[in-house]
Design a protein around this ligand. Structure first.
Ligand code: NAP
Length: 405
């Protein structure tokens, strides 16, 4: 396990920024919004002064997640969208890439733009952020990566699950998994940290972990099968035969058999939830080698995760209700519901709905989670984490209700 301190990480900074990221914060162009000072020993404070808006950039602005980030950040009360970057898009009107964002009247460039930024959101394919983002983070900008490159703590997971050797393994030890419901304290601590990297969770893990966390905390997961479904936007905007209307419509298909990549972070975080509650890994044996099977279903947005759990001891519905109520009663974006929820109940919003049911006949517990993969499963959750890191109200920019029907 890597045990680098923040000071080691900052001192080891290479001047590496292949995406032409923001300029150094040193000198007169240092930002006014978050009070970052790179002099040795100087205190760091990412919280903006009252009334000051944070300067924020989006890398990968042309994709589905990039577009969703811009849609939400474009109306965020504490943010100025100061740089939108996408490959080969110098001076392109945002409206030409995302027609629905025409009212924002913004431009996308091939580089991130001039001047220091307080935070950068990156929505890039795996392996791309690991190269591009360390230089930006070491320069003091908060980095929120929506790809998987900073989600996993063990560097050995990257060759195993993603097929590349991580170029900055020392940063994995200090990056925070950006699920605020599980890691709010660690995200809050990044406000005073010289390097702040958030590995925003995947959409399937977000939904699955929110459904299962109360059971893991109580050491109740003896055996686990996760049966999950995703809408087609989960596959991104890049054209692929398997994503074409004629191949997806009126059809359902399982994929990722034998080990979908998201298993790695589901196992990592179930272990972390248990450990935070004082549970040894053997307390939740079903969370060690998770049986996770995703399916592609013919809808645009939405994740639905049904978790079938055999428990380590007998439980009843009252105990489950108390566990889930305790876990989520103060959470702004997670609601425990008494009936099985639908993906349409969260469409376009940062809300997650969770339902738990004990089946006395089979003895199993069924825990169901639903989210919008592009909001709570991606852009909304990343903004929620950003709000926490910068000391803003956690719900800022995320208060819209779901669309229905
Ligand atoms: N879709 C979801 O529901 C979801 C949810 C959670 C997390 N994520 C993660 O978020 C990231 C983005 O997903 P997405 O769905 O937005 O994908 P997407 O629609 O395919 O967009 C990918 C973006 O990355 C850019 N890009 C591709 N290859 C690149 C490279 N080699 N160098 C620089 N830029 C490159 C693309 O630019 P071009 O336009 O030039 O191709 C585009 O802007 C992925 O890591 C994904 O796993 C997605």
């Amino acid at each position: 396990m890597f045990m680098y301190s923040h000071a080691d990480v900052v001192r080891g900074s290479p001047a590496f920024d292949p995406l032409s990221g923001p300029a150094s914060r040193e000198g007169p162009s240092a930002p006014v919004s978050a009070r970052l000072d790179r002099r040795a020993g100087a205190a760091v404070d990412r919280r903006p002064a009252p009334g000051v808006r944070l300067r924020v950039g989006v890398i990968g602005a042309s994709g589905y997640v990039g577009g969703e980030l811009i849609r939400l950040l474009g109306r965020h009360p504490h943010v100025d969208l100061a740089g939108l970057q996408a490959r080969g898009r110098e001076g392109t009107a945002l409206a030409d890439i995302h027609a629905h964002l025409t009212p924002l009247d913004l431009t996308v460039d091939a580089a991130l733009g001039d001047g220091p930024l307080d935070a950068v959101f990156a929505a890039l394919p795996h392996g791309t952020g690991a190269d591009a983002l360390p230089g930006i983070a070491r320069d003091g900008t908060t980095v929120i990566d929506l790809g998987p490159d900073f989600r996993l703590r063990d560097p050995a997971d990257y060759p195993q699950w993603y097929g590349f050797v991580h170029p900055a393994p020392e940063l994995l030890a200090i990056a925070v998994y950006g699920l605020p419901e599980l890691h709010r304290d660690a995200l809050t601590a990044l406000a005073d940290s010289p390097v702040a990297i958030v590995g925003a969770p995947g959409c399937y893990p977000t939904t699955t972990l929110l459904a299962l966390a109360p059971l893991a905390r109580a050491g109740l997961i003896a055996d686990l099968v996760v049966d999950a479904k995703s809408g087609i936007s989960g596959a991104g905007r890049e054209a692929r035969a398997a994503s074409m209307f004629g191949e997806v419509n009126e059809s359902v298909r399982a994929y990722g058999l034998g080990g979908h990549r998201h298993v790695a972070e589901i196992e990592q975080e179930l272990a972390a939830v248990g450990a935070a509650a004082g549970m040894a890994p053997e307390a939740n044996p079903g969370a060690v080698n998770v049986d996770f099977l995703p399916h592609l279903v013919p809808m645009t947005r939405g994740i639905h995760a049904t978790c079938h759990v055999r428990t380590t001891r007998p439980v009843n519905q009252d105990e489950l209700d108390a566990l889930y109520d305790h876990a989520y009663r103060d959470e702004p974006f997670v609601t425990v519901v008494g009936e099985a929820p639908a993906t349409k109940h969260v469409l376009g919003s940062n809300h997650a709905l969770v339902h738990v049911r004990h089946d006395p006949r089979s003895g199993r517990v069924i825990a169901i989670g639903v989210t919008d993969n592009l909001v709570k499963g991606a852009a909304g959750q990343a903004i929620q984490a950003f709000n926490v890191v910068h000391g803003l109200p956690e719900t800022a920019g995320l208060e819209q209700l779901p669309l229905f029907p």
